[in-house]
Design a protein around this ligand. Structure first.
Ligand SMILES: [Ca+2]
Ligand SMILES: [Ca+2]
Length: 299
């Protein structure tokens, strides 16, 4: 009977001991959260910053690179915050971004698969001879006046950029393309329209996201891979003329294309992706005096 009570006492002590271990690790987490209050939902209160697998109470799990770098320094009591600050310049997970860059960018400094987007190409059209000029390949007539790129309204105007090689940009089959656009009231008689072009092989083979004031569509010109020409999906939108809107096209490695207009998901479709795309991405406007600005592609 007595041995049973002893066993019970040890069992209770063991139970009490577990929270104290979690608390110890919690104090490191608290210091992190106080240092980086803007780190965001993905990092605040996330054991996976320091430990493989993440999850509550996984203090026993193996440390990742960031956790190892932290543990290698004096890190108890008042040293906790100092240790976290000291490892800011390191790239503990080897994904080429420093720990501080990752925390500021809301990605995990201990997870090589979590890293900030790499900007492949950007053009704000503020300088006729800068960034974009040498890489945009144009069809139709475009104007760069007023620090925006404006199509002619008389024909099919297509402006294509080829992000420089590197960062996996050679064939742009996955990544993010963003732009601002303004559907101009001058655009008659064809309904004002603006397109993002991607998966470009030639003028008769490419993919597009096209918006008008009332709809967004995702489709393809010509046959590529297992996809035939035509519009894959059309969804209603309400985009007033003479207003600057934003469009973001996210293309995943599995060929899923998601379109966000003014920050809200507007349409999605799935393509098969072929390896023969040239990597060119850009704009198109069909008989429409459309303005584009702040083009950005990232990976
Ligand atoms: Ca890193
Ligand atoms: Ca990382």
């Amino acid at each position: 009977m007595r041995s049973k009570r002893l066993y019970t006492a040890f069992f209770v002590m063991a139970l009490i001991g577990i929270p104290s271990v979690v608390l110890a690790f919690g104090s490191y987490q608290d210091a992190f959260d106080v240092l980086y209050p803007k780190a965001g939902v993905g990092l605040i209160g996330n054991c996976g910053i320091c430990h493989q697998g993440g999850g509550i109470g996984n203090g026993g799990q193996r440390r990742n690179g960031y956790g190892t770098a932290f543990a290698a320094l004096p890190h108890t009591g008042t040293s906790t915050s100092l240790a976290i600050t000291k490892i800011e310049p390191l790239d503990s997970d080897g994904d080429t971004f420093t720990n501080l860059t990752e925390i500021s960018g809301k990605t995990n400094p201990g997870d090589v698969a979590s890293k900030p987007a790499k900007i492949l190409f950007v053009d704000n059209f503020r300088n006729d001879s800068a960034t974009g000029a040498s890489v945009w390949q144009q069809a139709g007539v475009w104007s760069r006046a007023g620090q925006v790129l404006t199509s002619s309204e008389l024909r099919v105007d297509r402006a294509l950029a080829k992000p420089p090689a590197g960062n996996g940009a050679l064939t742009f089959s996955t990544g993010v393309i963003q732009t601002k656009f303004n559907l101009n009231a001058i655009a008659v008689p064809t309904p004002a329209n603006a397109s993002i072009i991607f998966g470009f092989v030639s003028a008769t083979q490419y993919r597009f996201v096209k918006v008008t004031t009332s709809q967004v569509s995702i489709g393809q010109v010509g046959t590529m891979g297992n996809d035939t020409a035509g519009t894959k999906v059309t969804r209603p939108v309400n985009l007033p003329l003479d207003t600057v809107h934003t469009m973001k096209v996210v293309i995943t490695p599995l060929g899923k294309v998601s379109v966000f207009i003014n920050g809200a998901r507007a349409a999605k479709a799935t393509f098969t992706f072929t390896s023969n795309a040239t990597g060119k991405i850009g704009y198109q406007a069909t008989k429409s005096k459309t303005q584009f600005d702040d083009f950005l592609s990232s990976k």
